[in-house]
Design a protein around this ligand. Structure first.
Ligand code: UDP
Length: 240
């Protein structure tokens, strides 16, 4: 019998910023390797892991839109392409340590990755493969956090695990306020009404409407990714 963990199928969101670490390069291979190792340790336990990667380490549409005459949609498509680069990097790292991994893109790039096909993604997960969803939702004006919430709902994953560079959600900015306190738990309502910067509003309301809990945690602490996936207490849990 498989030991039972809190979650059977999780959606791990890795932002571009987290992938960059403190490197001046866009991607820190130590971080992708740490992610790969920790994900490997939990897939061995039978927990199914899907990943949505961000692209902010390479290109963020909103900060480019307007400059040099770039319209928002074009800027966002460049941002979505950036997530594909991260996804392929992460896939290569995972496969280098023997984790079978598939990348599925929200718009077709068939020479590079599979197109997103929900049933196929679920089948990969059931076979123990990791699935990385790239190109966000495929639509401009959205974020990869929203893609994480959307894919989570679509594949019936039980939780969005948002890996960041901070320990969780604080009541104030810990960089400026040394007395800022980390929240253990929050309700969706607290997040939206206090405008806490956890996820954008579209992403958090999508989670709320579908009763998807969100865990915000620090991926730089060794062991945290596997703890979060196994459902151990880490970071801030948003729900109810
Ligand atoms: N993006 C988009 N639609 C999506 C997801 C992402 O247009 O559904 C674009 C958008 O320009 C965004 C960029 O891709 O700035 C990178 O994604 P995001 O900023 O969410 O990455 P992260 O903050 O997680 O690194």
């Amino acid at each position: 019998d498989k030991p039972s963990y809190k979650w059977q199928r999780v959606l791990l969101k890795v932002s571009g910023e987290a992938l960059a670490g403190d490197q001046s390069q866009n991607i820190d291979p130590k971080i992708t390797m740490a992610i790969a190792r920790e994900v490997a340790s939990v897939t061995r336990l039978g927990i199914e892991v899907a990943i949505v990667v961000g692209g902010g380490n390479i290109f963020r549409g909103s900060s480019w839109a307007g400059s040099s005459g770039l319209d928002r949609s074009s800027a966002d498509y460049i941002g979505m392409l950036a997530t594909v680069m991260n996804a392929i990097f992460l896939q290569a790292t995972m496969e280098s340590i023997g984790i079978p991994t598939r990348v599925q893109t929200a718009f077709r790039m068939s020479e590079v990755a599979e197109p997103y096909i929900r049933r196929r993604a679920v089948r990969h997960l059931e076979k123990g493969r990791v699935v990385i969803f790239a190109a966000g939702t495929g639509n401009p004006f959205f974020t990869t956090d929203t893609a994480a919430a959307l894919r989570c709902a679509e594949i019936n994953a039980e939780v969005v695990l948002k890996a960041t560079n901070v320990d969780g959600v604080y009541d104030d900015d810990p960089r400026y306020n040394p007395n800022a306190r980390l929240h253990d738990t929050l309700t969706y309502h607290e997040v939206t009404s206090k405008d806490l910067s956890v996820m954008d509003m579209t992403a958090i309301t999508l989670c709320q409407e579908n009763n998807i809990p969100v865990v915000v945690f620090n991926l730089n602490k060794p062991g945290n990714i596997s703890k979060a996936i196994k459902g151990e207490r880490v970071g801030t849990l948003i729900g109810g």
